[in-house]
Design a binder for this molecule. Structure first.
Ligand SMILES: *Cc1c(COP(=O)(O)O)cnc(C)c1O
Length: 339
């Protein structure tokens, strides 16, 4: 029985075809800039995102960290959402390695940062304060797609305030496919964009940070300092190239599957089910039932996330049959509970 793993889109495994291109990849020492496959991936990512340059890094966390270190110096500050990944879920790397202070703000319900709040959060130029340098947005955030007009407005405000603008675009291709625009239409508003290839795009490892040549040259130094200078990384870059060539448009299937899951589970009286947002939805079972539900589903080969509000994430290893099995298993759990 095939496992249906809905915990995250990071769980995708490289397909046979992806493994073949990895095995056949031409490689060299990337710390010398001599890995042709890494160079190809970086050129391809820069082109797709409409930026001068890109750099291949092992993870989204290192990508965001090198972005922070490249935009900000010691005693500088960045503004980000209270539960933004770059602030809340990356161990405080900016503070540890860069002496960079975060200024978190509550996200609005739609995943945007209120731009008046941003304006008020910027510190005056005065020696009492940290120097506010950077504004960070996240797209998608919890699966929510930031509207293009909002990005336009945010870019204008950042410019006016003298802030650089960074996008944590771990799932920015989900946003682009959802909006049916080329990803550069989203990226063009930002000075830097971080993209994960290891999530819904299906590569086993890897992220890219894209931006101006000047910024990415600085990021090169920080990647090395952070221990992210990889050698024959072309094996991994080959998987990422394959992902960009084959797995972008199909993200639409993940969004459809998330909707099917949301509508199927929506018929279960006991469950509070969110709308699907791109490839992510949330379900809230009655208080105290989440552990038993998780256990019953696991017994049927269906894995769901932790906590009382359960996140479900669709991806290329979850097909329509997996969605049906999941809905049926949820129904069975609640039907049996009533007996
Ligand atoms: C997953 C994720 C990251 C970090 O990526 P890792 O490769 O797990 O380090 C950063 N930002 C967001 C929004 C993410 O979802």
């Amino acid at each position: 029985m095939k496992t249906v793993d809905l915990r995250s889109d990071t769980v995708t495994r490289p397909s046979e075809a992806m493994r073949r291109v990895m095995a056949g990849a031409e490689v060299g020492d990337d710390v010398y800039g001599e890995d042709p496959t890494v160079n190809k991936l970086e050129a391809m990512a820069a082109e797709l995102l409409g930026k001068e340059k890109a750099i291949f890094v092992p993870s989204g966390t290192m990508s965001n960290l090198t972005a922070l270190l490249s935009h900000c110096g010691r005693g500088d500050e960045y503004i980000a959402g209270q539960d933004a990944h770059i602030y809340r879920w990356e161990g405080g790397g900016g503070a540890i390695f860069g002496g960079i202070q975060p200024q978190p703000l509550d996200f609005d319900e739609d995943g945007t940062l209120n731009l008046d709040k941003v304006r008020r959060a910027v510190k005056p130029a005065d020696h009492h304060h940290a120097v506010t340098r950077l504004l960070c947005l996240e797209n998608t955030h919890g699966g929510r797609v930031l509207p293009l007009p909002y990005l336009e407005e945010a870019a204008g405000v950042a410019r006016e305030l003298g802030l650089a603008l960074h996008l944590d675009g771990a799932r920015v291709f989900n946003a682009a496919v959802y909006l049916q625009v080329p990803v550069r239409e989203i990226a063009r508003h930002f000075d830097s964009v971080s993209v994960c290839l290891s999530k819904g795009l299906g590569a086993p490892v890897g992220s890219v940070l894209c931006g101006s040549a000047d910024l990415i040259n600085r990021a090169h130094r920080w990647r090395k300092v952070a221990g992210g200078g990889m050698r024959q990384a072309g094996l991994l870059a080959a998987a990422c190239i394959y992902a960009l060539q084959h797995n972008v448009e199909r993200l639409a299937e993940d969004h459809e599957n998330a909707e099917l899951l949301s509508s199927g589970l929506g018929h279960i009286e006991e469950l509070l089910v969110s709308q699907a947002r791109t490839n992510i939805l949330f379900v809230t079972p009655p208080a105290g039932t989440a552990p038993a539900l998780r256990q019953a589903l696991a017994a049927e080969g269906i894995l769901i996330g932790g906590g009382d509000v359960i996140r479900l994430v669709t991806h290329l290893d979850v097909d329509g049959a997996g969605v049906e099995r999941t809905v049926a298993a949820f129904k069975r759990f609640f039907a049996n509970r009533g007996k």
